[in-house]
Design a protein around this ligand. Structure first.
Ligand SMILES: [Zn+2]
Length: 416
């Protein structure tokens, strides 16, 4: 039996005044989601732990059956998503071109400098320093105002904090050793601070920035850094779960995740095409991802999210006709469409449709309706549940080979 996990990114939300106290999902007209819900076992899922706002990449890492302690950092997922072939001992950071002003520290006027052309970025990046002591720095373009900074050197460590303050109206932060006091982490943090100061010195008077200021454009006089990550070797998805797999989506981040876990990736133009491909593709496990609900929520207008969900619902009709399919619909985290939070830590609704599920009495797919359903789970429970519903789950503590697995293996080592 094939499994399709449909992740509506940032699906969960909070009650919205503008929607008479309903969430966007509750307020949206979603006849197809509701029809699926009536055939489903429903409930709520805590992406990781109660109250913890999760990023897309970490939430998906858990959903796909990996342990948070093995998460290599978003810098790695970003680097993979831009097609990098990762070096063994390098540290990768996500960067953004920013506009800062000296006001008792470096005040951030704009975290992502607007209207910065590719050729301007090219010129600016060519003056960045390459070395600080025995640390080597290499900056490469990725997308928009973003790039990847690669650090190498004998003493390099990924246990360092972010210089990007992430939230609005703030200052560039000093990079510090993070959650550790090793000499390597301290030395890396110090070298990176030194590098960032040097970057600012060469960028602030760069002709391109002078010209931009002259034409009332935002200068790009700082390189903000975050999400340091180090390449680690993880067991791939198939060896973890005994299923062939494919991610279908239109987001670079998901492509990076597919590369990290050695899952196939199919890029799709729009969600309707994604549904079609999810049904066509030959894989035991398909993750179909759409980022529209999350993006709509980030506009901080609940009506936009209602609209995004209604548009998604219109494309779901083909799923209602399927047999021999385990279909799961959920979100990776909550993205409130009002207020100051980027993501928030509430659970998300989830439903399972398929032959072996214990259909419950819930008729509408929504955050509060699904709390009346039968399932209480965490993101990490998803893959064991998939294996169970599709009759692949291994009897606990049975040992068919040299390592602990959760699925019935298709190959065994014969005694000869
Ligand atoms: Zn997300």
């Amino acid at each position: 039996v094939k499994t399709i996990l449909l992740v509506l990114d940032g699906l969960g939300d909070r009650p919205q005044l503008q929607l008479n106290g309903k969430t966007p999902l509750e307020a949206a007209y979603t006849p197809n989601l509701d029809a699926l819900c009536q055939r489903a076992e429903t409930g709520i899922m805590i992406p990781w732990r109660q109250g913890i706002p999760m990023g897309t990449e970490a939430a998906h890492f858990l959903l796909l059956g990996y342990d948070m302690s093995d998460f290599p950092g978003r810098g790695i997922v970003n680097a993979l998503s831009r097609g990098f072939h990762l070096m063994e001992d390098a540290v990768y950071l996500a960067t953004s071109w920013a506009w800062v002003e000296e006001r008792d520290g470096l005040f951030i006027c704009e975290r992502w400098t607007k209207d910065l052309s590719r050729s301007e970025i090219q010129s600016l990046s060519s003056v960045l320093p390459g070395f600080i002591e025995d640390f080597h720095f290499n900056w490469e373009y990725s997308v928009g105002p973003h790039g990847i900074l690669t650090l190498t050197g004998d003493r390099v460590s990924h246990s360092i904090s972010d210089s990007d303050p992430f939230y609005e109206a703030s200052y560039v932060m000093e990079v510090e050793a993070f959650d550790t006091d090793t000499i390597e982490a301290k030395a890396t943090a110090e070298a990176l601070n030194h590098y960032l100061r040097k970057c600012y010195q060469v960028l602030k008077d760069h002709p391109i920035n002078k010209e931009r200021i002259q034409f009332s454009k935002q200068p790009a006089n700082f390189l903000l850094t975050k999400w340091a990550g180090k390449n680690i070797t993880l067991p791939n998805f198939e060896s973890m779960h005994g299923m062939t797999s494919c991610i279908i989506g239109s987001s670079l981040l998901l492509y990076g995740l597919a590369r990290l876990l050695e899952m196939d990736y199919i890029s799709c133009e729009n969600f309707g095409e994604g549904i079609k491909k999810a049904l066509q593709v030959k894989a035991d496990f398909v993750l179909l991802h759409t980022k529209e609900p999350d993006e709509a929520a980030h506009t901080k207008n609940p009506d936009n999210k209602v609209h995004a969900l209604e548009e998604i619902d219109k494309k779901l009709a083909p799923l209602l006709e399927q047999k021999d399919l385990l279909l799961i619909v959920t979100g990776d985290h909550t993205t409130p469409s009002s207020g100051s939070m980027i993501h928030s830590g509430e659970p998300v609704p989830i439903m399972f449709v398929g032959e072996n599920v214990r259909v419950d009495s819930i008729k509408e797919f929504g955050e509060r309706s699904c709390t009346q359903g039968s399932i209480r789970m965490q993101g990490a429970d998803l893959m064991p549940m998939v294996l169970n519903f599709t009759d692949r789950a291994l009897f606990y503590n049975f040992r068919p080979g040299s390592r602990k697995i959760g699925f019935i293996p298709s190959n065994i080592k014969k005694l000869l």
